[in-house]
Structure formats: C-alpha cells, structure tokens
Design a protein around this ligand. Sequence first.
Ligand code: HMG
Length: 391
Amino acid sequence: MPRDLAVGIHDLSFATGQLVLTHETLAARNGTELGKYHVGIGQRSMSVPAADEDIVTMGAVAAAPILARHGADRIRTVVFATESSVDQAKAAGIHVHSLLSMPSATRVVELKQACYGGTAALQFAIGLVHRDPSQQVLVIASDVSKYELDQPGEATQGAAAVAMLISADPALVRIEETSGVFTADIMDFWRPNYLTTALVDGKESVSAYLQAMDGAWKDYTEQGGRAFDEFAAFCYHQPFTKMAHKAHRALLESCGREVDEAEVVRAVGQTTAYNEEIGNSYTASVYLGLAALLDNADDLTGQAIGLLSYGSGSVAEFFAGVPVPGYRAHLRSEQHREAIARRRDIGYADYRERHQQAFPVDGGDHPAPRETTGPYRLAGLFGHKRVYEPR
Ligand code: HMG
C-alpha cells in the first residue's frame, strides 16, 4: 500500500437534540452569576434530546445527508462511538444501519473510551481505508451528556452526533499519519453501569486532561510530528469551550512560549461556536470544533489544523488534519447552523422533569411520546426492546 495515499474526512455532518435550555435560564434559577457560564466556562445553552430522541436517532439524522450525497455502496463498515450507549451487547449503529436501509454486506461495531471513542473510530477507519482504498467507512460519534442536577457538571451537559465519511482522496480534510498518544489509569470521570448520570472529580478532570494533552503532544513530537508554528489552528476536545483556551495556554507553556491571550484566541477562537450552544457532546465534541472551524474560518486549504482528543479515564491523541483544495464547496454550514437555530427552548421546570424521567424497566410496552420533528424517532421500549421508526 502506498504510504503517501491521502485518507481522511470526505464528508462531515452533525445533528443535535431538538430542545434547548439556555444558561440564562439556568443561572436565573440556580442563583449563579451568568458571567460564570458565559465567560468562566464559555457556555451559552445546552441541547436536550426530545423524549423520542437518543444517540441512535441523532446518529441517523447526522448520517442521512451523507448517504444521500454519496450513497452507501462503498461503505462496508460503520463504527459507532459513544459513551452513552443504549445497550450492553448490541451496537447502536445497527439501529442506524437499519433506519438508513444500508446494505446487509456491512460490518457494524460500537467503540468506547469516554470522549476519545470518536477519534479511535476515526483512526480505525483510516486503517481500514488504507487496507482497501476502494472502501469507505461511516464513523458516527453520538452522545448525550448528563450530570446530576445542581452539581457543577450540570452546566456542561449537551447532546449531539457527528457523522463522518472516511475515504481515500477525501473532499474535506486529509488526516496525517503521525499521531501522538497517551494513556493513564485515572478516575477523573466515569459512569458505572448502574448510573444514568456521570460521576466526576471536576478539578481533577481538568488537570488529567491537561496532563494527557501534554503527554500526547510530547509523543507527537517524538514521532516526528509537525512543529508548533506550522499549525494554523487547534481543535481541542471541548467539555466546555473555555477548556480549549486552558488547553492551548498549557500547550504554549509546554512549548516554552509566552502565553499571549490574543494568540490563544487566534488559535482556538473559531472552533468553539457550535459547542458553546450545544454543550458537551463527548465523542462528538472535538469534531463539532472542527466543523465550526471549517464552516466559519477563511480558506484553510493546505494549512495544518492540530486536533487533540481527550477521553477521561484517560486516553489522549494529538494529530493533524489538512483541508484539501476545494473543501469549502463540500461543507454543510447552513445545515449545521439550522440544526442549532431550530431547537425549541424549554423552561427550567420542564428541563428538570425530563432530566429525571426514564423508561420503566419492567419489560412492558412503553411507547415514547411523539415529540421530535426530525426524520427518525424512538418509538419506545417494548418487551425490553428499543424500537426505532421513521417519523
Ligand atoms: P465549578 O466549580 O462550577 O466552576 O466547576 P469554577 O468555580 O471552577 O469556575 C469556572 C470558571 O469560571 C473559573 O475560571 C472561574 O474563575 C470563572 P478558571 O479559573 O477556570 O479560569 N468564573 C467567572 N468568570 C466570569 N464571571 C463570573 C465568574 N464566576 C466564576 N461571575 C468544572 C467547573 C469544569 C469543574 C465543572 O463544570 C465540572 O465538573 N464539569 C464536568 C467535568 C469537566 O467538564 N471536566 C473537563 C475535563 S475532563 C473531560 O474533558 C472529559 C469529559 O468530556 C468526559 C469524557 O471524556 O467522557 C468530561
């Protein structure tokens, strides 16, 4: 296989929950100064899934336009990354495969390592395309992030799915082969199987993130990666968007640079627009950052973008992507802005009620309320089986 074969992101599309809670509402009701949310953590609103939406429906909504544009004939693998899985055995991607009527000659699998799972899926997909460049891989990263009410993590919740088509000769972004990786066994954030909300040591998780980033960057350098000055912008995993600023300051320090706030804003400022409005979408977050950059920045053709993926627990990876000539003609900027703009604002009482709701686990028939206006919905839980349908 030629080592210089260009492989990367051929198409990228995201979807988010249909409901929204603003931080203005949250702050007014829990007595927090709004500046802490808007400036301190850099969040303005959080997406909330409708009662008949989940990681599967968001994944299908994100992937459908990709299949409409490119067809499914060359896709032989679907990798679904999530940490808010709906089943311990069956891959959520099989429901998406079915909703989108994909060919049976497909392998479908689910991947997990906290927020890093989306990047693992991307890297594994690139490996498959290198093995057979005639094939494409559909990567879906989809998550609903949920913390306990009235805890610091609550303000960082969100929901979104990113779908990416990985292929040879990509139309959007070529992913370079050099990668820096880092793993450390740490309990900064986790969710035991019996809980629906994540547990987190907030401050510890921020230092674990920065430590992992430093480790991944050092490994990237040792592997012969690009020099810091070669990057036009940096997309960091954004559990809250101010984390991207913290990460870039730490990277500057690690590279022996002076921390200049204008330089930090220049490097990360155009990557945060979607995550500020959506909240933490775990596996999808760093790719929402990439989408925001591609959709909003001036022409980046041929310029290196640094990507830093972090998943608590913890694993980090630093790698580079380079937008290819003509990429702007293939973006879905309108669709992305529209997905955010059309969300329905829910009040505080409604939000809290939804937060505490779950399907009964008695094995009975529990239809979901008809709520989403999207093309796919969760019909409900019937005899312990999740059933999905076109709306
Ligand atoms: P907190 O205790 O609510 O907030 O927790 P704080 O007191 O640390 O304040 C946050 C910032 O707001 C501070 O700035 C304050 O100064 C500032 P900083 O010191 O950070 O620069 N502030 C204000 N600014 C302007 N006007 C004001 C004002 N008041 C305060 N009036 C924390 C914050 C992030 C810990 C919390 O939200 C949390 O626990 N979040 C969940 C965990 C998390 O997101 N961790 C991030 C790293 S781990 C990760 O990324 C992985 C993850 O995505 C999961 C996965 O991998 O699966 C989470």
